[in-house]
Design a protein around this ligand. Structure first.
Ligand SMILES: [Zn+2]
Length: 327
């Protein structure tokens, strides 16, 4: 679609040039006839007529051809501009679009306006939660799933809302093969040692066979909402064995800890879409880690009364306690 406009201009230019050629041919034919009729005239009058034909042709050529070729040059610039913008579009492929902040979630802001349908428009992979903290959210191949507090996985409708989610159109920059079994700490160390860019944001898609995988999900909360440190005491923890599936998630640097989780934050979805949750631990037998470097980060800030009246203080110690079951 982006080439429709320039394409139309090229077509108009082509028609204009063809029209000029046609008119020039007509002009030449007309003066040729005149010359034929004047063959009986003097050599001098023939030269005047040839000169008039040449002048007419030149004038027509100059005026219209300059206009046509100017349009062509403009078209080339437009096409060049489209071409030049492609690298920017490619870079934006790995933009994270996030709704709300981790600090708001920690303080119990569990209702948002962002829908699953809107998330899908902003990316094909992502993680988060649902309104009222009703389960873990995982977006995979542009389908949005809820991992319920009883461990069931269901596909949600586009109208389902989230208070906190981060999605991206995932395009990996690096692939790391995992050929030896690793536990979660070893897996994270392996990834970190392969990519020494501590101040970037990363998106990870880890596919493979898991000997063991431990996940959690949280039950739907009732108002008035408890803070996250309290709500997570009701979490369901699930241990699965011999699973094939995918982990997706992010690692944010410490300087962004108020807006998202610093360190690895991964959600699991089994290949058959029947098991999943927020990752607590795993033992990966064999797999592949796809890593995208994120250089663009779009944050959509909620504008509802709960968000606007909450003091957003990210208590790192509370987050560590919530994540305490890991490893
Ligand atoms: Zn999570």
């Amino acid at each position: 679609m982006q080439f429709a406009g320039p394409g139309a201009i090229v077509w108009i230019n082509y028609l204009t040039i063809k029209k000029i050629e046609f008119e020039l041919q007509q002009s030449v034919d007309k003066h040729s006839k005149h010359l034929n009729r004047s063959k009986s005239g003097s050599k001098y009058s023939c030269k005047i007529i040839r000169f008039a034909a040449w002048t007419n042709k030149t004038k027509s050529f100059n005026m219209r051809t300059i206009a046509a070729y100017s349009l062509t040059i403009i078209t080339i610039f437009i096409l060049w501009d489209c071409h030049y913008q492609n690298p920017i579009k490619e870079a934006k492929t790995n933009t994270i679009s996030q709704y709300s902040t981790l600090s708001a979630l920690l303080e119990g802001v569990y209702d948002g306006e962002m829908t699953a349908g809107e998330l899908k428009m902003q990316g094909n992979y992502g993680i988060g939660t649902f309104n009222a903290l009703d389960g873990e959210l995982i977006l995979a191949d542009r389908e949005c799933y809820r991992v319920c507090s009883d461990g069931k996985v269901i596909k949600v409708s586009d109208t389902e809302k989230t208070p906190f989610a981060a999605v991206c159109s995932f395009a990996p920059d690096t692939i790391i093969q995992i050929n030896q079994p690793v536990n979660l700490r070893e897996l994270e160390n392996r990834i970190d040692s392969a990519i020494r860019k501590p101040n970037l944001i990363f998106a990870y898609k880890i596919t493979g066979s898991f000997d063991t995988i431990v996940t959690r999900s949280v039950p739907k909360q009732e108002k008035p909402y408890k803070r996250l440190i309290e709500a997570y005491k009701q979490q369901g923890v699930f241990t699965y064995f011999h699973q094939k599936g995918m982990l997706f998630g992010y690692k944010f640097p410490a300087y962004l800890k108020d807006v998202n989780m610093d360190g690895f934050h991964l959600h699991f979805l089994s290949s058959d879409k029947s098991k999943g949750g927020h990752l607590l631990n795993c033992y990966l037998t064999v797999g592949e880690v796809s890593v995208a470097y994120i250089r663009n980060y779009a944050l959509q800030i909620p504008d509802n009364s709960h968000f606007n009246t909450t003091i957003l203080t990210n208590k790192k110690s509370e987050l560590l306690k919530i994540e305490g079951a890991r490893k």
